[in-house]
Design a protein around this ligand. Sequence first.
Ligand code: SF4
Ligand code: SF4
Length: 193
Amino acid sequence: MQSLTNRSKQVSNKEMTLIERAYLPAILNGMLITIKHFFRKKATIKYPEVKREFAPVYRGMHVLKRDENGAERCTACGLCAVACPAEAITMTSAERKPGEEKLFREEKYASVYEINMLRCIFCGDCEDACPKEAIFLTDRIVPSDSLREKFVYGKDLLVEGVEENKRVDISKRQTKEVLEFKNNKELQHNRLK
Ligand code: SF4
Ligand code: SF4
């Protein structure tokens, strides 16, 4: 039959030689490869006593950032949820009331913001989509658990603390372009209300 592609190969039906039939050289060769690995540096480490250093752009658990005055940056625009290929993000928006300016940066904020960590594939699309620099992935690991319902993370776990020592450092995730954008006070996004 004529092949539809040019990738087909003629199968060889060659008889095995006497050495090949004995299997001994193949077994010795396999053992040599195994012995060679005894003298190589081990690929494994004794976790959790020893921990590997993460790459600066490692994508771990998210953080919802506050601005320099401690107000939540997220304005519940929903762009992160739309960009999420796993549909892991859900939120409810609310209107800021007079007197809440110190809590929320914009007039609209997320009263509920949830990420289902079991759905998340840590692609970072939410971080890229956010126009407010509100959501970033970090080097924090999502802890394991045997109950599925514990993996829906709300604002209590996602929003960083107000105090200086509770802020999550995301400086290594910010590219030159992001920093330039952030410093451009002409842009509406960067103006403090
Ligand atoms: S990292 Fe990707 S999958 Fe996870 S919440 Fe963000 S956009 Fe969705
Ligand atoms: S995290 Fe960013 S993209 Fe997502 S709703 Fe908040 S402001 Fe919008």
